[in-house]
Design a binder for this molecule. Sequence first.
Ligand code: FAD
Length: 353
Amino acid sequence: MINATDVLVIGGGQAGLAAGYHLRRAELDFVILDAQNAPGGAWQFGWDSLRLFSPAAFSSLPGRLMPAQPGEEYPDAEHVVTYLTDYERHYSLPVHRPVRVRAVDRDGPRLRVETDQGDWSARTVISATGTWWRPFIPAAPGSGVFQGRQSHTVGYRCPSDFAGQRVLVVGGGNSGAQIAADLALDPAVDLTWVTQRPPRLLADDIDGRALFDAATARRRALDEGRGDTGGVASLGDIVAVPPVRAARDSGRLKAQPMFQRMEAEGVRWPDGTTARVDAVIWCTGFRPALSHLAPLGLRGPGGRPATHGTRAVGELRLHLLGYGDWTGPASATLIGVGRPARDVAREVAQLLA
Ligand code: FAD
């Protein structure tokens, strides 16, 4: 038997829930399918010391403020999971889990959605599957011969997992800086932090709010043909959340330029010297998790479907929500996904009408 719905949302993380909020307000018939056992999306899997880079009041989904976390200016991941769990319940969002979508394909006037729990037929699909599930590790010369442990941001939990080890953290974004800071503050870990270019910390008084404003201003300028304002990248790469500040102020958070190549027992630096390394943690980002869309044949440059706003140019019944600036300014953030989610619901309602 095939289940039918007007709108099918794939992914029950923050982006899927924000879509659900606006679909409910538009009084549309919809379901949300989520692969996880519990609410919270990727926030369930972050490392122990992971902190939001914005205060709670600036990290809210539409309709419901995130409460402050007692004693913490920047909430931790568990607080976000609690908030998303409550959000889902409060709005009685129809999330089915665990249900993993395997494929979306055209089926005449409808879209067929194949899952590990049976198939669905939908008039429109909103893909909101995030990026956590597709960690990216760049090809590094010699990485195949390195005999130590290699992992990615997604596998990192806490410094005690690396006690007594020489650890190399690669990456100059927020994840790299936060994980390097975590390790730098533990005297049992011998940390080296490498970045492709010198790390650019934002001023201490700038947080996710300013990033959201910058991303929005950039989108507006581009839409109005006023040229590129540079967006978030014009401000810096790393929000100086308290642990990053503490590590920086202790003098232990110093980045070095990238190594030249990996060798069996460590790395070789551009000046020919070598360093012994037990573990490398690649904090080198993510790619959108879109393999379920492969049957639609929408892959464009960089492996992403071309979009106009959130709508796929090659399949007007498909929207992509929450993956990054290419689907709406700051749409991969809690505060930023509300606006594109509202636009998606509006466009979907027009299409269904
Ligand atoms: P996710 O949270 O990944 O949710 C997607 C859901 O879809 C998951 O439950 C997943 O299991 C499910 N799914 C995936 N594929 C399928 C499938 N085929 N079928 C069914 N379900 C599927 N943002 C902020 O606003 N503030 C921050 O401080 C901040 N810090 C961050 C720190 C890190 C380390 C990272 C990686 C991101 C951070 N972000 C932050 C960005 C953003 O808020 C998170 O990435 C967020 O998890 C994105 O939400 P999402 O709903 O798009 O994706």
